[in-house]
Design a binder for this molecule. Structure first.
Ligand code: T3D
Length: 261
């Protein structure tokens, strides 16, 4: 296990699981330029690192992430440039990352912090966690992919209701909508996250990566495109050592030991 104990983003690594902890608790882990840059660099680096099999995103203190840091004032800001060069690449890096990305939502996720949480492949939340679009409260529109995520999960009418603050989204409602994998008491979140991450880290890493590619591709695909993509990627998965190990374990009536190759 290795740790980096200070800074706006904490890193820890254990048994194939890299945990990135947003660490600006006094601002509910709001995203300033430094944190945005570190998150993007760290997700990309973990995506490339063969020793990393799962990435966990979480927040220090009582919040997960309160979105853009608003303490810079309300002066004219370069929204489009910042979104296209910093936020959007982060969301796309999470989506493109071949490793499963888990958001462990320990408290409020607001604005782009909500978009960030829901960009993960699996979201596990504390019962007390709140999912707050927040953009409307300061006269902004949703960004960092939130519109797409909510419209797909809820349909346009309910998504709009949530985005304009007419419907609250607590952890239970997010779970009912299929956005959240599991809701646990806050005291159990860390252990539940470790268990989930450990199960995935012991999985057939390349098969999981190819499955993530298929799921992403099929969001916008026709049935024929999905069938073609499944056949092509099955060809890749079928040539991995983990597939051979899975079949051997089945035949020998034992648990498989996947090595991520
Ligand atoms: O330019 C760009 O970056 C473009 C991109 C935009 C994307 C966006 O994310 S826009 C949306 C930005 N986020 C928000 O509007 C959320 C603002 N925060 C809140 O609405 C509330 O804080 C929460 C609903 C998240 C939580 O409420 P609550 O009552 O639990 O906590 P609080 O008391 O409001 O906040 C606690 C502290 O965190 C407080 O500091 P203090 O007074 O104790 O020193 C508060 O100022 C600070 N804080 C909360 N959110 C932010 C923040 N500081 C900076 N930036 C924040 N976003």
């Amino acid at each position: 296990m290795s740790d980096q104990p200070t800074g706006v983003l904490l890193h820890s690594a254990n048994a194939g699981v890299t945990t990135l902890t947003l660490n600006r608790p006094d601002a509910l882990n709001a995203l300033n330029a430094e944190l945005r840059a570190e998150l993007l660099a760290s997700v990309k680096s973990a995506a490339r690192d063969e020793s990393v099999r799962v990435i966990v995103l979480t927040g220090a203190g009582r919040g997960f992430c309160a979105g853009a840091d608003l303490r810079g004032g309300s002066g004219e800001r370069e929204f489009r440039r910042v979104l296209t060069t910093e936020y959007n690449p982060l969301i796309e890096a999470i989506r493109a990352c071949p490793k499963p990305v888990i958001a462990s939502v320990n408290g409020v996720a607001a604005g782009a912090g909500l978009s960030l949480a829901l960009a993960a492949d699996l979201v596990i939340a504390a019962q007390e966690a709140r999912f707050v679009p927040a953009f409307h409260r300061i006269g902004l529109v949703p960004d960092s992919g939130l519109t797409r995520t909510l419209v797909r999960a809820f349909g346009r009418h309910r998504a709009y209701e949530i985005l304009v603050g007419e419907r609250q989204l607590d952890a239970a409602a997010a779970h009912d909508a299929g956005l959240v994998t599991a809701v646990v008491p806050a005291s159990e979140l860390a252990a539940a996250t470790v268990d989930l991450a450990a199960r995935l880290a012991a999985g057939p890493t390349r098969g999981l990566a190819l499955t993530k590619r298929l799921v992403s591709a099929s969001e916008d695909a026709t049935l024929t495109e999905t069938l073609d993509a499944e056949a092509a990627l099955q060809d890749l998965a079928g040539r991995t050592d983990d597939h051979a190990e899975g079949v051997a374990a089945f035949t020998e009536k034992r648990d498989p030991v996947f090595r991520g190759r």
